[in-house]
Write a new protein. Structure first.
Length: 278
């Protein structure tokens, strides 16, 4: 596998085990967004679908079920998550889906092999997004569709703001910049529009989607999961034992405060981005 997105590949080492082990929790967190993605993708029965940054493959499997006489290919950097994706696909008896470990920025996709490319929060980590989307576009047939979800900026995502606030422990935490490889890589709509246009896409459109992120059935259930997430571990690393204990208690209190009849829900906002290969 050729990898040019070296920093992201390195950053995911170790994290991929947590995502694979807890794939159902991560899927449940953003599952409400899936309906928006598939409505926009308009996957037909005979379509060939490319899922970029597929992780443990829930979105790829959904695409394969929609493309009953077509197929779905999921690509991701993580071997461990792809192994889980294959396990899930075999268990569900899906025969029109496959997975490849690949850096989508440089992977040699067959030219014009796909009708639609999708991504649920997985296409924001490219070191060179123009090159990446140009490569994805090359894999699409003329007029082929692109539909992807990307987080809006940090200030519009309570789920991460509240987590950071609970774990700050008096520190002023640096904010992840919009546009840098990471969760907010396409948060700036104007910049993302320019990226896609330069990569050869037309009819680029942005629609705001607002859905709650689900973190658990109760505050304590959510705490058991969230305390093990990479972002939480990273924010706790620099704290001494006393400060760490206080931060974790603040996290538990915050999660309990967001309990509802549907579980622990925190607000979030994303862009639903659609385009066509020119």
């Amino acid at each position: 596998m050729e990898v040019v997105n070296v920093e992201q590949a390195r950053a995911w080492q170790g994290e991929e085990d947590h995502w694979a082990e807890h794939d159902e929790r991560y899927n449940a967190a953003v599952r409400r967004y899936g309906l928006h993605l598939y409505h926009a993708a308009q996957i037909a029965a005979g379509d060939c679908v490319l899922d970029v940054g597929c992780g443990c493959g829930e979105t790829t499997r959904d695409a394969a079920r929609a493309a009953v006489s077509g197929s779905a290919l999921g690509v991701d950097l993580s071997a461990r998550m792809l192994a889980r994706a294959r396990e899930r696909s075999r268990a569900e008896g899906l025969t029109n889906v496959r997975f490849e470990q690949a850096d989508a920025q440089v992977y040699p996709f067959a030219d014009q092999a796909f009708d639609v490319a999708i991504s649920r929060f997985g296409a924001t980590f490219f070191a060179d997004p123009v090159a990446a989307f140009r490569n994805v576009g090359r894999a699409l047939r003329p007029g082929g569709r692109l539909a992807l979800l990307a987080w809006q900026e940090l200030g519009k995502n309570e789920w991460l703001l509240a987590l950071r606030g609970a774990l700050a422990a008096g520190r002023t935490l640096p904010e992840p910049p919009a546009g840098a490889p990471g969760p907010f890589g396409l948060a700036d709509a104007d910049a993302a529009r320019r990226i896609l246009a330069e990569a050869g896409f037309a009819a680029v459109a942005f629609a705001e989607v607002r859905e709650p992120v689900y973190l658990g059935a109760s505050g304590d259930d959510a705490f058991g999961f969230v305390r093990t997430m990479g972002v939480t571990r990273g924010l706790l690393n620099e704290l001494d034992d006393t400060a760490r204990a206080r931060a974790l208690e603040a996290l538990r209190t915050m999660l309990r405060a967001h309990e509802s009849g549907e579980g622990v829900l925190l607000d979030s906002r994303a862009w639903l981005i659609t385009a066509r290969r020119a």
